[in-house]
Design a binder for this molecule. Structure first.
Ligand code: NAD
Length: 477
């Protein structure tokens, strides 16, 4: 399949006519190509975005609502096609991709209604004056997204950017471009005005970097790795470009002795290994109270050994393929690091070669124990089907272990003690805390991390605030 750029309302080849190979992770084979876009493509996208932006900003909210809703409806109509494409492109099981397509449509539907509801504040000064805040569109904004939840995260950025009246230049990951391409077809069908959304495919350090450097793009919403995020921030800072950075995590999943252990284990299997562990919110550090450590360990190992790995199109398989060869090698290198650090492997620890898919990139779900907090396995984001399990004695120790990395994205706490839940929720140094659940998402809530996990928040009004500039108008009486 040949992916094309979406510029000026049309599907177009890159100016250079150069393409990059696109691989199918489950087989390791090249099955398509993606534009290797450069500055010339970006300039065309900018011209088209600039010419469309003011009209889009001034389009009545109800019309914006209708178009964004139409995009959502079309994703629903084509859900199976999208899910199959996402699974083939990313390596995730199709059953999981189906859920992500539902959520991608919801992202558009949610921000369609937000376009209708978004309002600003006014501040009256007794008898002197009234202030009101204009929330104006920024202009042309950039959205850059990663490969782990391709359309889900792409739509999570584009939908609010459009709802807020901006024209968008978006770049999906070069590893997973296909559903963004299918989305561009849908945007045409839904009647999104030409130039309002432009999708430019290609390499991060090439066309992605140019987007961040370009003074014509006034804000960048980025989701990806922490190292890339640091580089982006350094590039954008001298231009005082508005930035939202959703970065990596090393999330703790804490189980106390008073928890509903069976429920905690059931959810922990998902929180550890869903999407091959390639979700920024996955709990990669399992912290268990010493009194239940052996029980939790035994039950968890039991459950994880039941997880079937292989062909993502087979609904019986819970674990699919790792997204790319470089990432596969990176995860395997962390297994070596864990071995050298003295980690004990309770499950997995190696690549898997399912019958008929021997050339694909599969790694067995891996549970490691016996490592201290201060080691690379417990400090660095692996972003694969690998968790480390540690025990604690006191609440204070659990908190110190949980907070003891450079990351601060999401933490999960399992307890039936209300006091403990509230105390920890307040003390955990993370942007998101789940108590007795994981990945339970209300799209109105602020989403994002602290420390090296990012700057800014997405979701609901936070996203609308990011994609608008507030201007105070003070009118004296
Ligand atoms: P990545 O940083 O390599 O790439 C992300 C995107 O940035 C891609 O589109 C890539 O092409 C682009 N990019 C790369 N270099 C660039 C540059 N110099 N300038 C501009 N754009 C550039 O990340 P990835 O490997 O695709 O994704 C995995 C990472 O994303 C993990 O660290 C994961 O934790 C993180 N992530 C975070 C969240 C969150 O919400 N916090 C969600 C999902 C993934």
């Amino acid at each position: 399949m040949r992916v094309l750029n979406y510029i000026g309302g049309k599907l177009v080849e890159p100016v250079s006519k150069k393409y990059l190979p696109n691989h199918q992770p489950s087989t390791g084979m090249v099955y398509g190509e993606v534009p290797d876009s450069n500055n010339e493509d970006l300039e065309l996208a900018l011209i088209s975005a600039k010419s469309a932006q003011k009209d889009w900003e001034n389009t009545p909210a109800e019309q914006k609502f209708k178009v964004l809703n139409a995009i959502a409806d079309l994703i629903d109509v084509h859900r199976e096609k999208f899910a199959l494409a996402e699974s083939k492109d990313q390596g995730k099981p199709v059953w999981l991709a189906r859920n992500e397509m539902i959520r991608s449509a919801q992202n558009f539907r949610f921000f369609a209604t937000t376009a209708m509801q978004f309002s600003s504040e006014s501040h009256a000064m007794e008898n002197k004056a009234i202030n009101y805040t204009l929330r104006q569109s920024i202009g042309v904004v950039g959205c850059i997204s990663p490969w782990n939840l391709p359309l889900y995260l792409f739509s999570w950025k584009i939908a609010p950017a459009l709802a807020a009246g901006n024209a968008v230049i978006a770049k999906p990951s070069e590893f997973t471009p296909v559903t963004a391409f299918l989305l561009s077809e849908i945007c045409i069908e839904a009647g999104l005005p030409a130039g309002v959304l432009n999708i430019v495919h290609g390499l991060g350090p090439k066309v992605g970097q140019s987007m961040v450097e370009h003074p014509g793009i006034k804000a960048i919403s980025f989701t990806g790795g922490t190292t890339t995020g640091k580089h982006l921030a350094a590039t954008a800072a001298p231009m005082f470009k508005k930035l939202s950075l959703e970065l990596g995590g090393k999330n703790p999943n804490i189980i106390f002795a008073d928890a509903d252990i069976n429920k905690a284990i059931k959810t922990t299997v998902n929180a550890s290994f869903m999407n091959q562990g390639e979700i920024c919110l996955c709990g990669s550090r399992l912290l268990v109270h010493a009194s239940i450590y052996e029980e939790v360990k035994a039950k968890l190992v039991d459950e994880v050994l039941k997880l079937k790995i292989g062909d993502p199109s087979n609904d019986e398989n819970r674990i699919g393929a790792i997204v790319s060869e470089p990432h596969y090698k990176k995860v395997l290198s962390y297994l070596e690091i864990a071995k050298n650090e003295g980690g004990v492997f309770l499950t997995g620890g190696e690549a898997v070669f399912p019958e008929g898919f021997e050339k694909g990139w599969y790694i067995a779900p891996t549970i490691i124990e016996g490592l201290p907090l201060q080691c690379r396995t417990n400090q660095e984001e692996i972003f694969g089907p690998v968790i480390s399990i540690m025990k604690f004695e006191t609440d204070q120790e659990a908190l110190e272990l949980a907070n003891g990395t450079e990351y601060g994205l999401a933490a999960t706490v399992w307890t039936s003690n209300l006091n403990r839940a509230h105390t920890l929720a307040a003390a955990l140094d993370f942007g998101i805390v789940w108590v007795n659940c994981w990945l339970l998402r209300d799209l109105r809530t602020p989403f994002g991390g602290k420390k090296s996990s990012g700057v800014g928040r997405e979701g609901g009004l936070e996203a609308m605030r990011f994609f608008t500039e507030p201007k105070n108008v003070c009118i004296a009486f």
